[in-house]
Write a protein that binds this ligand. Structure first.
Ligand SMILES: Nc1ncnc2c1ncn2[C@@H]1O[C@H](COP(=O)(O)OP(=O)(O)OP(=O)(O)O)[C@@H](O)[C@H]1O
Ligand SMILES: [Mg+2]
Length: 148
């Protein structure tokens, strides 16, 4: 059953600026706050911020006139968010081993710790998604707990 599903950013999307990443977080928070436990919403907002920042930093969405869109849904015990960008030459990929003091290269690795992520698309447009269960700990946390 769909508890909450929405495309917040409308047909034109949000301008591809870092200010819009904050706007995206607020839109998702306003839309989903009542549907999620607080700690889950924290993860969701972190994911939205990271995915939106990637759209701005790594794709044509961040070029003058560029836009990106955000989708969020709570469905079947999962919360899912996605950012749709305007593409570029690189693909979303976890940086294998960022330098110890590197200031970047950690966003997607962090999202993989908090849930599952993936992408689809091509050089002209990509949709990058992240999801996690509403109640159970994120998959990686379960694995860690069992290993102890
Ligand atoms: N939407 C995207 N489109 C194209 N390439 C992407 C996208 N998102 C990420 N990437 C690629 O994947 C790499 C890893 O992304 P990740 O978010 O983990 O690190 P980062 O954005 O470089 O740094 P940080 O997120 O720590 O500030 C990026 O450097 C970029 O090359
Ligand atoms: Mg990033």
């Amino acid at each position: 059953m769909v508890v909450s599903a929405l495309i917040m950013t409308g047909r034109g999307g949000l301008p591809g600026t870092f200010a819009s990443t904050e706007r995206a977080r607020h839109l998702v928070a306003d839309a989903l706050a009542g549907a999620l436990p607080g700690e889950v919403l924290d993860d969701v907002l972190l994911a939205v911020g990271e995915l939106a920042a990637n759209a701005v930093r790594h794709t044509a969405s961040g070029k003058p006139g560029g836009t990106f869109a955000v989708v969020a849904a709570v469905k079947d015990g999962l919360v899912q968010v996605a950012v749709i960008d305007q593409g570029g030459p690189t693909c979303p990929a976890i940086t294998a081993e960022p330098e110890l003091f590197a200031q970047s290269g950690r966003g997607l690795a962090m999202l993989a710790e908090l849930g599952e992520w993936g992408w689809t698309g091509n050089t002209r447009a990509r949709l990058t998604w992240w999801r996690r269960p509403l109640t159970a700990p994120a998959p990686r946390a379960v694995a860690d707990a069992e290993a102890r």
